[in-house]
Structures are given as structure tokens and as C-alpha cells.
Design a binder for this molecule. Structure first.
Ligand code: ADP
Length: 480
């Protein structure tokens, strides 16, 4: 994902022919609809903090309209054959591919991530997700042999701002393949690609009410969670909001899946291919500015190679380009919002106050917008807050270890259990660690690789339920 320093310069991606409206409405019952209370909020470009567009803010009444539309559409959609449902989902996948450039530019403008990432990772993976689940739509009898499955009903889906289109795809595709209808809410700082997706869904001819997209902040999300006619909540976001949702639906009929925070351990053994491991460390923590729930934000290096790994890591950090998300050379884009920048800066202060030794490369951060230099901390231990708490930014905490048992104990010693990485040339070590690490996703000699066919999800305070793969179908069906 990160290229080593290049010798030529490509022009920034142009915004010509990218259609962004001045004002966006809600997508309810197959129509772009003004919010009942007439309220709008701004979506901001985090690389210069300028307004991009006005976005409708859905109130309780709008959410109710969306849920009612989804409920009305449910019977017909669930009764369609899997083959017919699959055709619509395939069509959505193809339309995303056709408009991939537009999606990539808008994703980078609205969210701040480097265009190389939105172009090569987010948007193609989002299309893949629709293709993959379109393929399952007429094969549910094979997914659940000898069981009679039914869709759950109306799914309320609430997604975060770090992978806006991709998270919409992760949630919508399996829900539609299994015959559910949906009310989806994108995050308030990154609504634009979900609204573009609404246009595509409209163009695909999907029956009205099957997918409704409402925009707004936490209050709108809470209206979805608390609506009595929503049958399932699928949430990706912070552990704090995840806990709130679980409390809010306790005692109701609603099914729920929660994909929450993480504090992934990235473990480098002395027999690892060191240069590849260094690239892997960079990718694990600086991909998407570290706004990644499965980021490798805790690095554990075996003591005998610690000096060389840390030196190479510092050298490599010097080559990282922080800047304009639309520049194809950019490695690290803008921090998604002022609020998130404050959170990250606060954690950097906490790290310093707790005695951590900071390292940041010499990089010229742009004057306007939200920026954070890639940062690492040495001299930290298990009890430091920056080792325990999710920062969700480009900040890495480094510790060393001597034995396998020691690193397993340290790696598992957080409230989270989402991801981990293991770097070694020894296969048996990989198998040993994958058994012992409490993490839903464990990468070996790589990091932050995603694929529609692989289940993703966490343990402990990282949540429950799996998205992706065959497992991703289960949370959208009930059994007779
Ligand atoms: P962050 O704190 O990093 O912004 P959040 O977990 O607050 O992440 O946001 C993830 C998603 O959850 C967003 O779409 C946000 O609007 C939504 N959200 C925030 N608060 C609530 C809530 N109380 N109920 C439902 N959704 C919420």
C-alpha cells in the first residue's frame, strides 16, 4: 500500500467530471427526500476544513419513514428468488466499478485518505463485496445445508468514517443477499460516498424501500437503534457507542452484531524477513492515517533484533509523504476531523507525560487542515495508556520481548481482541501463535489485508459477529 520513495511526480488526481451537489437529501422509499424538520449539516474536507456540501439531518420522523418503507418493502424483497435478488446486487457491483474513479476521488475529498488507497483498496474491495454476496444469493441452501433460513427483517446499519463506502458494502451486500431490507446511516463526517451509492442503487432499479439511506450524527443513529420495527442492528464504530447500543436493545427482539475498537499486536520475531517486516509495520499502523480498528498499533519486537528494526523503521518513516489526499504520491493523508485530531494529539501528550520517548520524522505538515506526523513511542510498558487504549491515529507504541510465552501474554493483555500480526520464517511459530492470540483476525507475514471471502470480527471489547465470507451471512438470517 505504501510505495518506497519515487523519483518522479504524478499530478494530483483531478476533480474534473466529479459530480458533487451543493445539497444532499435523504434516500427514503426510492426517492431523494427532504428532511421533515428541514435541518442540514455541513460535510467538510479535512485537508483544508472547507465545506464540501450540505447534508440532510434525519430526525426521528425521517427515521420512522425510512423504517416503515423498509418494512413495507420486506415482504416482496424476501419473496423474490435468490437468483433475482442476486441480479440486482451484481448490478450494484458493476455500477460501482463503472464509477470507481468518481467514488475514489469523493472518498478522499470527504474523508482525507490518500487517493492511492481509495482507488486501489476501498473502492475495488467495496465492489468485490457486492460481487461476492451476489453470488451467495441463490446458494443459501448450500450455505446452510438442511436448514430452512429466513431473512431477519429490517436491518438498521450504522457505519463509521474510516472506510465509508467499504463499510456500507460490508453491511448492505450480505443483508440484501439474504432477503433483508435496510436503513443505513453513514457517519456524519463522511456521508458523500454512501449518498453516491444511493444514486447507484436508484439507477440499479432496486425495488423502492429495499435500501434507505439516512444521514445525521449520533442522535439519528440512536433513533435507528431504538425504533421498535427494526429487527437487527449492525454497528461498526467505537466501543463506547457499541456498549450504548447493546444496553439500548437489551430485552428487545433485536439481533445485533458489533464491530468495535482494537489495539492490534504486531509481533516481529528475530527470524523474520526484517525489511519486509518493516514495510509491514508501516502498513499496519500508518495505512489510512491509523484510522483502522484492526491497525497494528502495538509493536512487539524480539529483543535481539530490536535495534535494527527500530532504526530501519525510523529511516523508512523519514520517506513517508504526508499531505494532499488527492496527490498520488501521498502516503499519509489528512486526519478525518478536528475532533479526531484533538483525540490523537491528546494521546501523544499522555504518552509524553507517562515518560514515553517519542520519534517523529521531519515532515512539513500543510498549514490548513487536520494533520498528524507519523509517530512512534519507545520506552513504554503494558501499563501505559497509549499501550492499552485505542488512539485511532498514526501513533505506534513499541515494546520488546524475549520469549514466545512473554509476547503472547503481553499481546493478549488488553480489553480488545480484534487483530494481530506475526512475522517469522518458522511455520510452527505461526500456528502456535494463531492458537494462543485472542484476536479475530491474525495475519502472518503481512498486515491489513482484506478479502470479501474472509470473515472479520473480534473478541472481548472488540465486539461480536463476523462480517465477510460465509460467516457474514449468518447474522442476517434466522432458522425455522
Ligand atoms: P467516533 O467516536 O470515532 O466518531 P462513533 O462510534 O461515534 O465513532 O461513530 C460511529 C457511527 O456511530 C457514526 O455513524 C455515528 O454517527 C454513530 N453513532 C454515534 N453515537 C451513536 C449512538 N448513540 N447511537 C447510534 N449511533 C451512534
Amino acid at each position: 500500500m505504501f510505495k518506497s520513495s519515487w523519483t518522479y511526480h504524478e499530478a494530483p488526481e483531478s476533480t474534473d467530471h466529479i459530480q458533487i451537489k451543493e445539497q444532499y437529501e435523504l434516500y427514503i422509499n426510492g426517492a431523494f427526500t427532504k428532511p421533515v424538520e428541514g435541518k442540514y449539516f455541513d460535510t467538510i474536507n479535512p485537508s483544508n476544513n472547507q465545506k464540501i456540501a450540505s447534508i440532510a439531518e434525519a430526525s426521528k420522523k425521517d427515521v420512522d419513514k425510512a423504517v416503515k418503507a423498509a418494512k413495507k418493502a420486506f415482504k416482496g424483497w424476501a419473496a423474490l428468488s435468490g437468483k433475482e435478488r442476486g441480479k440486482y446486487i451484481f448490478r450494484i457491483a458493476r455500477l460501482i466499478q463503472e464509477r470507481a474513479r468518481e467514488f475514489a476521488v469523493i472518498e478522499s475529498l470527504d474523508g482525507g485518505k490518500p487517493i492511492r488507497e481509495s482507488r486501489d483498496i476501498d473502492i475495488p474491495l467495496a465492489a468485490n463485496h457486492f460481487f461476492y454476496y451476489a453470488g451467495w444469493a441463490d446458494k443459501l441452501a448450500y450455505a446452510f445445508p438442511n436448514r430452512k433460513v429466513k431473512p431477519v427483517g429490517v436491518a438498521g446499519q450504522i457505519i463509521p468514517w474510516n472506510f465509508p463506502l467499504l463499510m456500507a458494502a460490508w453491511k448492505l451486500a450480505p443483508a440484501l443477499a439474504t432477503g433483508n431490507t435496510v436503513v443505513l446511516k453513514p457517519a456524519e463526517t463522511t456521508p458523500l460516498t454512501a449518498l453516491k451509492l444511493a444514486e447507484i442503487i436508484h439507477d440499479s432499479g432496486l425495488p423502492k424501500g429495499v435500501v434507505n439511506i439516512v444521514t445525521g450524527a449520533g442522535a439519528t443513529g440512536a433513533e435507528i437503534v431504538n425504533h421498535p420495527e427494526v429487527d437487527k442492528i449492525a454497528f461498526t464504530g467505537s466501543t463506547g457507542v457499541g456498549k450504548y447500543i447493546q444496553n439500548a436493545i437489551a430485552g428487545t427482539h433485536k439481533k445485533v452484531t458489533l464491530e468495535l475498537g482494537g489495539k492490534g499486536a504486531n509481533i516481529i520475531f528475530e527470524d523474520a524477513a526484517i525489511d519486509q517486516a518493516v514495510e509491514g509495520i508501516i502498513n499496519a499502523i500508518f495505512f489510512n492515517q491509523g484510522h483502522v480498528c484492526c491497525a497494528g498499533s502495538r509493536l512487539f519486537v524480539q529483543e535481539s533484533v530490536a535495534n535494527v528494526v527500530i532504526q530501519k523503521l525510523k529511516d523508512r518513516m523519514e520517506t513517508l509523504i504526508v499531505g494532499d489526499p488527492l496527490d498520488k504520491n501521498t502516503d499519509i493523508g489528512a486526519i478525518n476531523s478536528k475532533k479526531q485530531l484533538q483525540t490523537i494529539e491528546n494521546y501523544i501528550k499522555i504518552g509524553l507525560n507517562e515518560g514515553g520517548e517519542i520519534y517523529q520524522p521531519n515532515c512539513n505538515l500543510p498549514k490548513k487542515g487536520n494533520w498528524c506526523a507519523p509517530t512512534l513511542f519507545l520506552n513504554v510498558s503494558q501499563s501505559h495508556r497509549i499501550v492499552q487504549e485505542e488512539i485511532f491515529g498514526p501513533v505506534l507504541a513499541i515494546q520488546t520481548f524475549r520469549t514466545i510465552d512473554e509476547v503472547i501474554e503481553k499481546a493478549n493483555n488488553t480489553p480488545y481482541g480484534l487483530s494481530a500480526g506475526v512475522w517469522t520464517q518458522t511455520g510452527s511459530k505461526i500456528f502456535h501463535l494463531t492458537q494462543k492470540l485472542n484476536a479475530g483476525v491474525i495475519w502472518a507475514n503481512t498486515f491489513n489485508k482484506f478479502d470479501a471471502t474472509s470473515p472479520f470480527g473480534g473478541y472481548k471489547e472488540s465486539g461480536f459477529g463476523r462480517e465477510g465470507g460465509l460467516h457474514g451471512l449468518s447474522s442476517y438470517v434466522t432458522f425455522d
